[in-house]
Design a protein around this ligand. Structure first.
Ligand SMILES: Cc1ncc(COP(=O)(O)O)c(C=O)c1O
Length: 412
């Protein structure tokens, strides 16, 4: 006799309410659909994947090979070795001027695990979390999973999706425990200028809410200087930094991220991690130490190339009649507005005969033009899709040529 609990009405296996509150990451859904078409022989240009097309730097690879040869293959402390935690604190101190003690650092299996742990440790059912729109999809799902309520803070596209302290202040509720910022932003590439981030911190700290700053793209800035709000005097007790080696060192598959936060928060995160994944991979930790403390030239090489691609993509997008796009100041995404091709009718200039939503449009673009993009619904907006330009110039030129042709056919 099975002891799996079945729903008495439908006969289906009853899953938890928690997991019912989240959905499959739509970024992954697009990648899977593109992969399927490719396996059937279709020629797909993939602008969906949010990961560097560069290989992991050689010095990092060599450090991992050494770790394997040295049999560094046992469990480590759940929150990472003291060596990797010191390396994380060292890099942050060197780049931004912060000063974090080992008890304020946790190494995780990717930035995603840091976010998951952090939100799980801070949010009770019914707590509010402020989330600026457009947002990276995982934030909303993890808030929902934790039983929190995501309070969406609308930014204005005409103002480059800039988040201001005023917007944060207006959105605060008595139950706001956490405010999330992600600068540079995935998906819009918006960057919060340092003085504004300082004002946002003032607002959140006065309210008694923690500021979660996702710095996963902090080294990929085209106009601004790298900056961490955690470096401001007195900031540390009001801030939780989440970071990752995924993008900075082209290490998405290695799964190494981190958080820097007040010691009680970190120790709760370590406790949770000790019962879920335990430590991040011991080999990846050794590789991370080399990435964080070794030469940083590869980051500058990638930044220069992303900058070149950013300029190219924006110029091409601006050359498509009906498409508008704010200029991203960081990360490696463009977030074009395609409202003119949607027939929802709630915006001036909408064409008849178009598709109803970015979701439908992305499917059509994939099937008819062979280009994979992520529809804006995933990021909380209704008139956009996201293009990742972490791919070769050749792919960018071909994909944008296809997109231009696709839209010229939509309007005729
Ligand atoms: C804004 C943002 N934060 C965090 C992450 C987490 O990346 P990882 O789990 O690979 O470190 C990503 C990945 O796409 C991201 O875009």
């Amino acid at each position: 006799m099975s002891n799996v609990q079945l729903n008495s009405r439908t006969g289906a296996i009853a899953l938890s309410d928690r997991v019912g509150r989240i959905s499959v990451s739509s970024t992954l859904a697009v990648m899977m659909e593109a992969e399927k078409l490719r396996a059937e022989g279709a020629d797909i240009v993939d602008f969906g994947a949010g990961e560097p097309d560069f290989p992991t730097p050689d010095n990092v690879k060599e450090a991992a090979i050494r770790a394997i040869r040295d049999n560094f293959s046992k469990y480590t402390a759940a929150g990472g070795t003291s060596e990797v935690r010191a390396a994380i604190a060292y890099r942050h101190a060197t780049d931004f001027g912060t000063s974090y003690a080992p008890a304020e650092v946790i190494a995780t299996a990717g930035g995603k695990q840091a976010i998951f742990n952090l939100i799980s440790c801070l949010i009770n059912p019914g707590d509010d979390v402020l989330l600026p729109v457009p947002f990276w999809v995982t934030f909303r799902d993890v808030i929902n999973y934790a039983g929190g309520r995501a309070i969406l803070v609308e930014t204005r596209e005409e103002e480059n999706f800039d988040l201001t302290a005023e917007m944060v202040k207006e959105a605060l509720t008595p139950r706001t425990r956490l405010v999330i910022v992600n600068s540079p932003s995935n998906p819009s590439g918006a960057v919060i200028p340092a003085p504004e981030l300082e004002r946002i911190l003032e607002v959140t700290a006065n309210h008694g809410a923690l500021l979660l700053t996702d710095e996963c793209y902090c080294h990929f800035l085209y106009e601004d200087k790298p900056f961490s709000v955690a470096a401001l005097p007195g900031a540390k007790e009001h801030v939780a930094v989440v970071g990752s080696l995924s993008k900075t060192y082209a290490m998405t598959g290695w799964r190494l991220g981190y958080a820097l936060a007040p010691a009680p928060v970190v120790s709760a995160m370590v406790k949770l991690q000790s019962h879920s994944t335990s430590n991040p991979s011991s080999i990846a930790q050794k590789a991370a130490v080399e990435g964080l403390t070794g030469p940083q030239d590869s980051v500058q090489v990638m930044l220069k190339e992303y900058h070149r691609r950013r300029d190219f993509v924006i110029e091409r997008l601006h050359g498509i009649p009906g498409v508008t796009c704010t200029v991203p100041r960081g990360a490696f995404y463009a977030y074009p507005n395609v409202a003119a091709f949607l027939h929802s009718g709630d915006h001036p200039g909408a064409k008849s005969g178009g598709t109803a939503s970015p979701n439908e449009m992305a499917k059509k673009l994939l099937r008819e033009a062979g280009v994979a993009v992520v529809p804006g619904e995933a990021f909380g907006t209704e008139h956009h899709f996201r293009i990742s330009y972490a791919t070769s110039m050749e792919n960018l030129a071909e994909g944008l040529r296809r997109i231009k042709r696709f839209f010229s056919e939509q309007t005729h």
